[in-house]
Design a binder for this molecule. Structure first.
Ligand SMILES: C[S@@+](CC[C@H](N)C(=O)[O-])C[C@H]1O[C@@H](n2cnc3c(N)ncnc32)[C@H](O)[C@@H]1O
Length: 269
């Protein structure tokens, strides 16, 4: 019907109607823009969590054979990088900073691949994420722990009830998907929610790392899936302006998937 109307309509009328037509189309069926980092990430990760399936997901660790996949994939996210590399990072960047008395938050908990290895070493554990579907996955794997809370964020801002609450806040494999303004907002918010002397572990991209540059230079244009590329100097600036002190920085380790590509820091309030 619409096609027939379009065919018989005079060109002059078509030209007049073009703008309002596309405006209405966008209003009725909006697509999140890459410039709306939060909206796009919500859609991306809700879809990822909903469709996640052990048998179909692509596993980055080339050592894992097809028949080993199901056993290897204990949590959503085990398909990214290498499980043993992630464990190495948790041992160096999380375990030394928490005790059984710690109140801990993870920003962007995803399917709980990190949380599952941390949660029983804490007093209280808060899972924050913008994706309700990811929070469902996290809840499913952490359900036996009664000291865990799940909170969906709608923007990079925490409720006032979390001010000065946390001993340790961490975010792994999340900031690589955030734009600089969103990162900056989280840095300021982390300062607000940490106790005085509290620490945070943040993981970003790194253009100075061999695989960071390789990944960046293999892409023609920016996409949220492809990562938002920054360098350690930018992390320094964000930390400085948020009154957070960097007390540990990662170095390149060619044998570790993440350490050869990204940048990891421990911040102190
Ligand atoms: C690649 S997954 C990593 C999940 C988990 N940290 C892990 O390492 O397995 C990225 C996660 O960050 C979440 N995320 C993306 N943007 C976010 C934002 N602005 N605030 C909080 N979480 C966000 C996504 O919903 C998703 O769960």
């Amino acid at each position: 019907m619409l096609e027939v109307v379009k065919k018989i309509m005079p060109v002059a009328v078509k030209n007049i109607l073009r703008k309002p037509y596309y405006f209405m189309k966008n209003v009725l069926r909006p697509m999140p823009s890459m410039h709306s980092n939060i909206e796009y990430n919500i859609k991306l990760w809700n879809r990822y969590a909903k469709n996640w399936n052990k048998t179909e997901v692509y596993v980055q660790n080339r050592d894992i054979k097809e028949k080993e996949k199901e056993f290897y994939l204990q949590y959503l996210g085990d398909e990214w990088g290498k499980v043993s590399d992630v464990e190495e990072i948790i041992s160096e960047y999380i375990y030394p900073y928490i005790t059984k008395e710690s109140v801990v938050a993870e920003i962007g908990v995803g399917g709980g691949r990190i949380a599952s290895k941390v949660v029983n070493m804490t007093k209280e554990f808060y899972c924050f994420d913008i994706s309700s579907e990811m929070l469902k996955k996290a809840k499913a794997v952490l359900s036996q722990y009664s000291h865990v809370k799940y909170i969906r964020l709608v923007k990079p801002k925490f409720s006032n009830k979390f001010t000065d609450k946390f001993d340790f806040v961490y975010s792994f494999d999340v900031f690589v998907h955030l734009d600089l303004h969103t990162m900056r907002n989280y840095f300021s918010e982390i300062n607000l929610i940490l106790k005085q002397g509290g620490k945070a572990f943040i993981h970003t991209t790194n253009l100075k790392a061999p695989d960071g540059w390789k990944r960046f230079s293999s892409q023609d244009t920016y996409t949220i899936e492809g990562h938002y590329f920054i360098s350690p100097e930018i992390v320094d600036i964000l930390a400085q302006h948020s009154n957070l002190r960097i007390i540990k920085k990662s170095s390149i380790v060619s044998s570790n998937f993440y350490l050869n590509r990204d940048y990891l820091v421990i911040l102190e309030k």
